[in-house]
Design a protein around this ligand. Structure first.
Ligand SMILES: [Zn+2]
Ligand SMILES: [Zn+2]
Length: 277
């Protein structure tokens, strides 16, 4: 499995490439701007060119851009909805400009699930109409906390099948979110059942990448708290299944585990690589 980590753009976009390379990543994930703000400074052509050059030099794959945390394309609040779509358009454009392979976003929260799903589909259709390019747009499964839609594979499958340009979308599977949503990834039999359900409702061909996070909460707890690989409730056995699965290990995975000590990403990358039999 090609492995990477979420890295900071605090030292600019080219700086993120160097950070990923220096810790031995195959690929990496970044935000396209401040994840907790709506404002975006213009993206300089020189910075984009430098980013692409560095990335090519180190032959890093995949590169994924994560949408910031503020947008909620499932909302019925017209003002928040408009801002959400605008930010998705902006960040998805940036992902395409940077030559990212994937762009991932959280489908969001809604009081009424069915209305929320319709809102998301309309938002994604608009974004795909406005932004051209080869970056795939990925729905991320959520933990199903507090009105979050797309915790279930049923929701994810519906979203994937209802959008207009189906060949430009896919799924990013977050292991912590899936576990918190009720899919038991701690054992081989749990994984097998999860994959059967994923195939039934979403289709494994739509699965493009993993977010590799252990979980603080128990299965079905809806607690979205990431833990170091092997130190949470999914545990080493769960990640060993994934790392050695002949089909799943052909897909890439990105760590979003806690970054408290400087070597935390290195440690988690090593843990995963040591699980390969
Ligand atoms: Zn995410
Ligand atoms: Zn994630």
């Amino acid at each position: 499995m090609k492995l990477g980590a979420h890295v900071s753009i605090g030292k600019g976009f080219p700086g993120a490439v160097n950070q990923a390379y220096s810790i031995g990543c195959d690929g990496f994930q970044i935000f396209a701007g401040n994840p907790r703000g709506w404002a975006r400074k213009p993206l300089a052509d020189s910075e984009v060119a430098q980013f692409r050059k560095e990335r090519e030099k180190y032959a890093l794959w995949p590169v994924m851009v994560h949408l910031s945390y503020l947008p909620n394309p499932a909302t019925t609040d017209p003002e928040l909805y408009e801002k959400s779509v605008l930010t998705m358009v902006e960040d998805f454009s940036r992902a395409n400009a940077l030559g990212a392979d994937f762009f991932v976003f959280h489908p969001g929260k809604a009081k009424d699930r069915d209305i929320g799903l319709k809102k998301i589909i309309a938002a994604v259709n608009l974004v795909l109409e406005k932004v051209k390019g080869s970056t795939l747009l990925l729905f991320e499964n959520q933990s199903g906390a507090g009105g979050e839609v797309a915790g279930s594979f049923q929701d994810l499958g519906l979203l994937i099948k209802e959008v207009n340009q189906g060949d430009r979308v896919g799924v990013c599977f977050d292991t912590c979110h899936a576990f918190a949503a009720g899919y038991d990834l701690s054992s081989d039999s749990g994984w097998q059942q999860t994959l059967d359900e994923f195939e039934k409702f979403v289709g494994l061909s739509n699965l493009k990448i993993f977010h590799l996070n252990d979980a603080v909460g128990t299965v079905g707890s809806h607690l979205d708290r990431h833990q170091h690989i092997g130190r949470g409730m999914i545990g080493l056995q769960g990640f060993s299944f994934l790392m050695n699965h002949p089909r799943l290990n052909q897909l890439p995975g990105i760590l979003e585990t806690p970054q408290e000590a400087p070597d935390d990403d290195l440690m988690n990358l090593k843990t995963l690589r040591q699980l390969v039999k």
